[in-house]
Write a protein that binds this ligand. Structure first.
Ligand code: 5GP
Ligand code: ZN
Length: 206
């Protein structure tokens, strides 16, 4: 099934060109259908965890959660900053004026509460959601509602598996200013582009 399509990356990382980094324990890849300017996936390779549900990982596999955080913040930060800069600022003049701190504040880390792909993957992505691969409200909602479970979520606040489908019927709201667009996807899309511009202006003025 298509749901197994991420398995190849952890089994044969050397065979794929959207692999940014791999070692014995992790593979770090670019999402093939990026839902933001930068959209990366960090995958543990251990066969005994790759098929464990992310909510169970967050609830019961705390050493692995710690390792994922270690990878992002200790092992891969330079690579992540480079990717963020290259994807947000194809024109590198601007990039040099944006401090890494601002970029980190614009990055989120989390799992989908109901993933479509079976092999465990942590989303490492910018908040903009400006991308041709955002094709309907559900795409946006899945990353901007409790369905996107931040890696920092306390165990006591994890959602109940299968309880969140109602979110996909709700109105879409801007992640940055909270304006609601009802169910009007094209209005949301236009606004997301404006918000990315506005974020850029603000980080440059600082
Ligand atoms: P999920 O909803 O399961 O948390 O997210 C799965 C992610 O995998 C999606 O963002 C999707 O775009 C991405 N994806 C699906 N198939 C492939 C693929 O074959 N290669 C890569 N690199 N990413 C994929
Ligand atoms: Zn807004």
């Amino acid at each position: 099934s298509f749901r197994d399509n991420l398995r190849a990356y952890i089994e044969h990382p050397q065979a794929h060109n959207n692999v940014l980094y791999y070692d014995e324990d992790f593979v770090f890849i670019r999402d093939k259908y990026p839902k933001s300017k930068m959209h990366l996936l960090l995958m543990p390779r251990d066969p005994s965890v790759t098929l464990v549900h992310p909510l169970e990982i967050l609830g019961k596999h705390r050493p692995l959660v710690d390792k994922l955080n270690f990878m992002v913040f200790q092992k891969l930060p330079d690579l992540i900053m480079k990717e963020a800069r290259n994807s947000l600022f194809p024109d590198s003049d601007l990039s040099s004026r944006v401090p890494s701190k601002s970029l980190w504040d614009f990055i989120k880390l989390g799992f989908h509460a109901g993933p479509s792909m079976n092999n465990l993957h942590l989303h490492v992505m910018t908040r903009d959601h400006v991308s041709p691969s955002i094709k309907h409200n559900a795409h946006y909602i899945s990353f901007n509602s409790p369905f996107f479970v931040n890696i920092d979520t306390p165990v006591s606040q994890l959602p109940v598996r299968g309880s969140l489908s109602y979110l996909f019927q709700q109105d879409v709201c801007c992640y940055r200013c909270d304006e609601s667009f009802g169910r009007q996807f094209s209005k949301l899309k236009g606004h997301l582009s404006e918000e990315l511009e506005s974020w850029l202006q603000e980080t440059l003025e600082r």
